[in-house]
Design a binder for this molecule. Structure first.
Ligand SMILES: Cc1cc2nc3c(=O)[nH]c(=O)nc-3n(C[C@H](O)[C@H](O)[C@H](O)COP(=O)(O)O)c2cc1C
Length: 438
């Protein structure tokens, strides 16, 4: 069996601007009812989790201006996903809920407190997607002149998570006694100052929030560089990744397993989820037709500009300066942002394709091409997972499209359930227990 997750691209944000089938979402994106509906659909399909992307700025990497980002609603606007998770906790009972938190800018004490609070509210279904944030633009919002260097960010993140874990463990599991006879709420000998002194952070402790049902909420990680993979191999319960093709997926899983063993962990204790965006039709022919139609729509000025602006944001390099009809320039060593995403572009561009061809022909959000009827896509997913040897898929989609959500949760997943490829019902109350159940 394998696991299922849903990546809410652009997070609690306007992730549908300009897309078909968004209905009223464009204007009502702040309304939690949209997400409640999505969460309930995913829970009906027994998904392990839904995860909310997040960022902490309006970018200006393209043309040195916010114009393209605000015009196309790219990487913003975004509301705080932790608040949304608190609302969703009241409308669901089993699905794991993961907001993104930046280790570079969230103070560790506040993050530990937020995660423990969400774990209480969700009754043991909270997680955190720990990202280091990638742009100078975000750093400037927190008083820095520029962001920390790529590998330094991960070194800081390692210490950050150690401190968060120490704070979450500052209350022993049996510290709360509720002893009416002695009129005692908690045994103070079981709540500890931690006196954490690191290279980057210090904290006295203890947390003033008692531990939630999971103790340590589920930790998710997303960066694919060597430093990012080491960080994940040490700390993560689940990784979300977008390697290219089945062989890339297998290489990624094997590499994480190897790194986990090096850090003394059992590779089965972290689930690597690969991003996919299937095109599902009534029949295989319908789906192929829809797939071709979508690719044809890419050859437009709006698509080109949105993609170049997104690449500029990812890399921190202004792509408006390059000639679209020349091959992609060699940017090795210049990227302080998402190194793994840019490596993917560079690999695709190695055959001399022009930047225009590369942008129109490149897919950043798919590990695997999945196109067909629900039964066909279910078979494709099962076969690929057997080859990869683990752990599951993370669905994503461009825009908030209820038609697509239904195709996945009410068309595809029932086929996967019938084949015994995914769970047919949740076995456990808590998120981590479901995640590690197989
Ligand atoms: C599937 C996926 C989801 C991500 N989600 C976020 C996010 O929500 N917020 C963010 O700041 N970065 C996000 N990132 C970026 C990573 O956290 C990381 O900063 C980036 O990949 C650069 O790290 P790397 O050089 O190790 O790849 C995501 C990356 C991937 C692959």
């Amino acid at each position: 069996m394998f696991h299922l997750g849903w990546f809410v691209g652009n997070g609690y944000g306007l992730n549908s601007w300009g897309s078909d089938w968004a209905g009223s979402f464009d204007r009502s994106w702040t309304d939690a009812s949209n997400y409640i509906q999505l969460a309930r659909s995913l829970e009906r399909a027994s998904f392990d989790y839904m995860i909310f992307e997040d960022g902490l700025m309006i970018p200006n990497a393209y043309e040195g201006s916010m114009r393209a980002y605000l015009k196309h609603a790219l990487e913003g606007p975004r509301n705080d996903p932790t608040a949304l998770v608190a609302v969703l906790s009241q409308h669901t009972s089993r699905i794991g809920l993961i907001p993104t938190l930046s280790t570079s800018f969230y103070p560790p004490f506040m993050a530990a407190r937020m995660l423990a609070t969400l774990d209480h509210l969700t009754h043991g279904r909270a997680g955190g997607n720990l990202v280091t944030s990638s742009s100078h633009r975000a750093a400037e919002n927190f008083g820095l002149d520029q962001h920390f260097e790529h590998d330094l960010r991960y070194r800081m993140a390692g210490e950050w998570v150690e401190l968060v874990e120490a704070l979450l463990a500052s209350w022993e599991p049996d510290a709360v006694v509720f002893d009416e006879a002695s009129n005692t709420y908690a045994d103070h000998t079981k709540v500890h100052e931690i006196d954490f002194e690191g290279e980057f952070y210090r904290s006295r402790g203890p947390l003033n929030t008692p531990p939630g049902p999971q103790g340590r909420p589920v930790i998710c990680q997303a960066g694919g560089s060597p430093a990012g993979r080491d960080f994940a191999a040490q700390h993560a319960d689940t990784i979300i990744a977008v390697p290219l093709g089945i062989d890339g997926m297998r290489e990624y899983r094997d590499d994480i397993s190897e790194r986990m063993r090096r850090f003394g962990r059992d590779p089965r204790d972290c689930k690597v989820m690969f991003m996919v965006n299937p095109v599902i039709g009534e029949t295989d022919d319908d789906a192929e037709e829809e797939y071709s139609r979508r690719w044809a729509m890419r050859d437009s000025e709006a698509y080109l500009e949105s993609s170049l602006a997104t690449m500029s944001y990812f890399s921190g390099i202004d792509f408006s300066q390059f000639d679209l009809d020349e091959p992609m320039p060699d940017l090795a060593g210049q990227v302080n942002g998402h190194q793994s995403s840019m490596t993917r572009y560079a690999k695709d561009g190695a055959d001399g394709r022009t930047l225009r061809q590369l942008v129109i022909g490149h897919d950043t959000v798919e590990s695997l091409r999945l196109v067909g009827s629900p039964a066909t896509v279910a078979a494709q997913m099962t076969e690929a997972m057997e080859h990869v040897g683990g752990d599951g898929y993370l669905f994503t989609s461009a825009g908030f499209d209820r038609r697509h959500i239904a195709a996945v949760t009410d068309g595809l997943v029932p086929q996967l359930k019938k084949a015994g490829a995914v769970r047919s019902a949740y076995e456990h109350e808590h998120f981590r227990d479901n995640l590690l159940a197989f």
